[in-house]
Write a protein that binds this ligand. Structure first.
Ligand code: MG
Length: 368
């Protein structure tokens, strides 16, 4: 089998809850998502998706993904997509780095491999360990009462884990978290995520103010690992690292330094499901828990995350989100679809979702 054609599509994903606000004044209403379709000479197809969270969140952006894919696509034609190691090696020989742009290709290869094997990707990622799992939602940064209202509404829908966006003024942030905590119950999780936006001193102050609250975790207080480690030495809050964990080496450095109890594993940051599986398995062996998600995305990203989550043990899975619950546009019939705050991986072969052509329109470009 070989890849005979590579098609690249684009569509916009709008945020389902108005305006998504993060530390540093980052505001998101709509993001450009990029979709890859690999077509094989045997008439099979595989799909993947990447959607960077704008140009300022990580070292990635939609235009960068597309430019990289223009370079990568010719190298994919003629390769066996079920030989995922060979596909990733060919991409690495063609373009250094840019793992996020390679992620949708890797994802599409897993989709094809699953279809060829007649197995859902969760089985190929090690086996289905969880039939279902609770999902989290992020709480955009805003006035305390607005954030508490948002949490009450999501709780009514069954969500019990919340990633509370902070990283502004530490005293005002503490008010935000107190307001949110007041509407939560035992068993809920409040992951206070500063997205690296605090100055060192403010991060320590915020940690001190948040410490007395129940159910609170602290995610990525400052921009660098060194700063996060300093904060960690001054708080007993359980720590999750996200933006600074960019590869195996940074994970090992952070672990060696005792930097965290959990990490936020975004699929595209590690080049797709192959890299994400490796980091997930390594984290588990290191005794760390993982949040599974991607920077942003729709049905295809959610499907990939669902298979990764389903093949992760309940002990290791800290939280997981279906990004298609955050967005209005659905290119695969809003599948996988969460129910009452709980998600599950599709049982059909591959990613297990059917892409609706009409939603995608004409491809940006086609190779092969
Ligand atoms: Mg985060």
């Amino acid at each position: 089998m070989e890849t005979s054609r590579v098609e690249i599509y684009s569509y916009d994903l709008t945020y389902a809850f108005g305006t998504y606000v993060m530390s540093g004044g980052q505001v998101v209403e709509s993001l450009a998502s990029t979709v890859v379709r690999l077509v094989t000479d045997e008439g099979g197809e595989g799909w993947g998706e990447v959607c960077p969270l704008g140009p300022l969140y990580l070292e990635s952006h939609a235009g960068g993904a597309r430019a990289a894919l223009e370079l990568l696509a010719p190298a994919l034609v003629g390769l066996d997509p079920t030989n995922i190691a060979a596909v990733n090696a060919a991409m690495d020989r063609t373009l250094k780095g840019h793992r996020y742009a390679k992620s949708p290709v890797d994802m599409a290869c897993w989709d094809i491999l699953g279809k060829v094997a007649g197995q859902p990707v969760a089985t190929l990622l090690g086996g289905r360990l969880q039939e279902s799992f609770p999902l989290y939602k992020a709480v955009p940064l805003g006035p305390p009462e607005q954030m508490a209202k948002y949490v009450r509404e999501r709780k009514a829908e069954g969500i019990r884990s919340f990633q509370v966006k902070i990283g502004a003024d530490p005293y005002e942030d503490a008010e935000r978290v107190r307001a949110v905590a007041a509407v939560t119950d035992a068993g809920d999780k409040l992951i206070c995520d500063a997205n690296g936006g605090y100055r060192l001193q403010d991060a320590v102050i915020a940690g001190r103010l948040l410490e007395p609250l129940e159910r609170v975790y602290y995610e990525q207080p400052c921009a660098t690992l060194e700063e996060c480690l300093y904060v960690r030495q001054h708080t007993t809050l359980p720590m999750i690292l996200d933006e600074v964990i960019t590869d195996t080496q940074s994970l090992l450095r952070a672990w060696q330094a005792g930097g965290m109890e959990a990490l936020n594993l975004k699929i595209s940051k590690f080049g797709g499901l192959t890299g994400a599986k490796f980091i997930r398995d390594l984290a588990e062996r290191l005794g760390l828990r993982v949040t599974l998600e991607d920077s942003w995305g729709g049905d295809l990203v959610s499907a990939a995350a669902s298979h990764l989550a389903a093949s992760t043990s309940a002990q290791t899975l800290f939280t997981v989100s279906f990004m298609n619950d955050w967005t209005n546009e659905h290119i695969a019939g809003y599948q996988p679809r969460s129910r009452d705050g709980v998600g599950a991986a599709p049982t059909a072969p591959g990613l297990g979702v059917e892409v609706d052509w009409k939603m995608l329109g004409e491809p940006l470009f086609v190779v092969g």
